[in-house]
Design a protein around this ligand. Structure first.
Ligand SMILES: Nc1ncnc2c1ncn2[C@@H]1O[C@H](COP(=O)(O)OP(=O)(O)OP(=O)(O)O)[C@@H](O)[C@H]1O
Length: 204
């Protein structure tokens, strides 16, 4: 598994719906760094992450990951990253454990249960997701963060619908990941001051 993270973004221009979301945006993401993408609703935070990952068109700019042009070698970036999107992507008919197994098929039963325990879902392992709250479904998605060995995380509004305990658990997991040399790009309205983020502010 590739552990080096050196993502260089230079002069990015993203346009959506005939509106510039950013022009000449440049920043880097290195091992141990937390990048918080901030801005009002509609400013383009989710679009920026999707453009980095190749799911939204980039009008102009350069993207390099570990010295390789991402537009030519996107596989290397995709293999090293974990993306958690806006919606938890949970299937209602499956239990919490079955949902997590879908995303982490290699993980042992014990590891899956440990991860669900970390997000306070230990008592809901066998509960169908249809019977869980929005915050609990979000926690199933977040449990992947306790199972992954990917170095670079892209987290789009991961705190949505979480209570205080959920926020604390996620912040601790993020802190551990950064301490062990991982890197995180996150969109959130939480300031995350204790994690000392580099802030990229998009203007709506
Ligand atoms: N699938 C799409 N097709 C066209 N335009 C889109 C699409 N999704 C979003 N947009 C537009 O792109 C702009 C940025 O949206 P985006 O979701 O990136 O913003 P955001 O900052 O993440 O917002 P929020 O804080 O509400 O999640 C908005 O003007 C939005 O209308």
């Amino acid at each position: 598994m590739q552990k080096t993270v050196n993502l260089q973004l230079k002069n990015l221009w993203i346009e959506r719906g005939e509106r510039d979301l950013c022009r000449d945006l440049s920043f880097s993401v290195l091992n141990g760094e937390l990048i918080r993408i901030a801005g009002e609703n509609g400013a383009g935070k989710s679009s920026l992450i999707k453009a980095i990952l190749g799911w939204v068109h980039l009008e102009a700019g350069n993207l390099e990951f570990n010295g390789e042009d991402v537009t030519q070698h996107r596989d290397m970036l995709l293999q090293c990253q974990l993306y958690l999107g806006h919606t938890p992507g949970i299937k209602s008919v499956f239990t919490a454990l079955e949902n997590l197994r879908l995303y982490c098929p290699q993980a042992s039963e014990e590891a899956l249960e440990f991860a669900l325990d970390q997000v306070q879902l230990g008592a809901f392992v066998d509960t169908p997701a249809a019977q869980l709250s929005a915050g609990q479904k979000r926690r199933i998605a977040l449990a992947r963060l306790w199972l992954t060995d990917k170095a670079l995380w892209f987290l789009d509004e991961p705190f949505t619908a979480l209570d205080v305990k959920g926020v604390d658990a996620l912040e601790q997991r993020m802190s551990d990941h950064l301490s062990s040399g991982g890197a995180i790009v996150i969109t959130t309205h939480q300031p995350l001051l204790s994690l000392a983020p580099k802030v990229i502010e998009l203007v709506a």
